[in-house]
Design a protein around this ligand. Structure first.
Ligand SMILES: [Zn+2]
Length: 212
């Protein structure tokens, strides 16, 4: 069995340039482009200032909205989420999404980071909520941008992806927003079945590190 926690930093750095180009290409040609069809424009959703009711709303940049009357300013900033590549006997645990967006597609367990929560605590909490298992070890892999479209709002998200080792799988049970789970051979799995471009990028990096 490959020791997933022995990935050398220099190997990661060597692949970084190639992965960076692949990431950009992936973002342009797959999920990013699809999500852009739903791209939220702040003007489409905010017709009136929520503070004074004024109609003169300006967009100084793509993520901000400013009221000319009362100076109310809203930033639609990037959110943060975590995802775990859970490895057991050279197989990777993938979840099947129970809810939109991308209901029925494969995903990594994880979710949004709560207020005042650090990433590692969030990942352990999300995996516990979704699969009823505890994580004994985790190692940071990479970050990848994502678009999450939910009920007519497009959120720009940065995913923090970790390689994880479960303490035990004896009580595993899909729940919350997970319909089912599968252990797959990452070398054989078609990554186009992944719901999000960010988790696809995480799996690509994991595979690249395995191949050396
Ligand atoms: Zn206003």
């Amino acid at each position: 069995m490959t020791n997933i926690f022995s990935v050398r930093i220099d190997k990661v750095q060597r692949t970084l340039a190639v992965e960076s180009m692949r990431t950009k290409s992936c973002l342009i040609h797959s999920g990013w482009q699809v999500a852009n069809e739903y791209q939220m424009h702040l003007h489409d959703h905010f017709k009136l200032c929520p503070t004074c009711g004024g109609r003169d709303l300006k967009m100084p940049c793509e993520k901000s909205l400013v009221c000319s009357d009362c100076d109310f300013t809203y930033y639609h900033n990037t959110g943060a989420a975590v995802a775990g590549i859970i490895v057991q006997d050279s197989k990777v645990l993938l979840t099947v999404r129970a809810r939109e967006p991308f209901k029925g597609m494969f995903d990594l367990p994880g979710g949004f980071i709560d207020y005042r929560e650090d990433a590692e605590v969030a990942l352990k909490r999300e995996i516990r909520e979704e699969l009823n298992i505890e994580i004994s070890q985790m190692q940071f892999l990479l970050t990848a941008p994502n678009l999450y479209h939910y009920k007519n709002v497009t959120y720009h998200i940065l995913d923090l992806i970790y390689i994880c080792k479960p303490a035990s799988l004896s009580n595993i049970c899909p729940q919350d927003d997970v319909e089912d789970y599968q252990f797959v051979d990452p070398r054989q799995f078609d990554l186009k079945k992944m719901a999000f471009v960010s988790t696809r990028i995480g799996m690509e990096r994991y595979l690249a590190d395995l191949r050396g």
